[in-house]
Ligand binder design. Structure first.
Ligand code: FES
Length: 110
């Protein structure tokens, strides 16, 4: 399954399909950026693994529904859109398209 992000210009092969089990997440390097792929109820979401408040890795934080919470100062981000939902973060986190195709997990290039 893929997120609702528009089709990217290129896809980057990051892992075998099924590498991110339901309820878990993994971080991959995609063209020099760290991207966290989350599996929420078998829907995949991919956001860059950096809090826009002060750079903490978002993948350290807990997930509630389709929101991830930064462990450093508690900002929440939407996994669907990357939007910053609560202070002290105000800028969105870049999202990436993500899909499983032909037995591989692919993330849209930045
Ligand atoms: S670094 Fe994430 S909320 Fe401050």
């Amino acid at each position: 399954m893929a997120s609702a992000i528009p089709e990217p210009a290129a896809w980057v092969d990051v892992a075998p399909a099924g590498d991110v089990p339901r309820g878990e997440h993994r971080v991959y390097e995609v063209d020099g950026r760290f991207v966290a792929v989350y599996n929420v109820q078998d829907e995949l979401y991919a956001i860059e693994d950096v809090c826009t408040h002060d750079g903490n890795p978002l993948s350290d934080g807990p997930v509630e529904g389709t929101e991830v919470i930064c462990t450093r100062h508690g900002a929440r981000f939407c996994l669907r859109t990357g939007a910053a939902l609560t202070p002290p973060a105000y800028e969105p986190v870049p999202c990436h398209a993500v899909r499983e195709r032909d037995g591989r997990l692919e993330v849209g290039a930045p």
